[in-house]
Design a protein around this ligand. Sequence first.
Ligand code: IPM
Ligand code: MG
Length: 354
Amino acid sequence: MKIAVLPGDGIGPEIVAQAVKVLRALAAEGQSIEWEEAPIGGAGYDAAGDPLPEATLALARQADAVMLGAVGGVQYDALPRPQRPEQGLLRIRKALGLFANLRPALLYAELADASTLKPEVVAGLDIMIVRELTGDIYFGQPRGLRTNDRGEREGFNTMIYAEPEIRRVARVAFDIAMKRDKRLCSVEKANVLETSELWREVVIETARDYPQVALSHMYVDNAAMQLVRDPKQFDVIVTGNIFGDILSDEASMLTGSIGMLPSASLDDGDKGLYEPIHGSAPDIAGKNIANPLATILSVAMMMRHTFNQEETANRIERAVKKVLAQGLRTADIYVAGTRQASTGEMGDAVVAAL
Ligand code: IPM
Ligand code: MG
């Protein structure tokens, strides 16, 4: 298993260090795992003037899987857009063809009290959001800033999806639904947007190959509302890049903390990039208080999706559950009666439980 490890910025290095402890523990058991680190995001800019240095992309291309922390920091916000940390992330997704972004929102029973929603609304929650990741308004051309003929400044972006882009992510979502409760909800804004009209048509066409999956459609505004009203109505959600960005942040809070949710970004083979869905949290960086569990759970997803090691994935997930059951909590999921742990202590505890 060859893994490119890209810690990135902010809390990225601290949380990735905990995931690396898990890799080291697996290697010590005799699994053949190698990893190598490279800078991305602001760290890439600092090291090589580029948020995705050539050497980093080359390493990621050679690797079977990529482990990523997070990118971004206020000190980079004034740079021209191509040099900003976020571009490193968007470019590596695009360059590796990682079009299918799996974002599970799973509530650990131990954390029901950490959610801002009533425990009965979120207890037992288990949703999988499949977000398209390499198209949509994120990448559509034309885009830019200009001055119009009235002398006013304008910003513009293009929301665009081609049929094959919709079809391939829809297939991934249907395949996942087949392995779960066989319910798929496609989320778009077909009452207003042509892009969404095509999205809905193509999803319906794709459904013909999956007669056992119950397909439904929902407008994104309603989906945002339903996610906080009655989130357990969902099994698998498939949606475009920008709607998925927004809805997955919302879904994460149902589970108590954005610090709990891993993600997998997959190409059409076994390759994947694995990262927590949260950002670089510059305000708590370097304080050893960030929650490393989303990153550690991303290692589990890596074992499952790239290396086909279901048992190792399950073991990592069980180890996380055990640590939560022991009452250990980082600050973001702390409630009275539990024991507060630092980032490093949490990583050590997971390794011990493993
Ligand atoms: C995410 C993030 C990124 C995105 C940013 C950092 C570019 O919000 O992975 O959800 O918008 O995709
Ligand atoms: Mg996001």
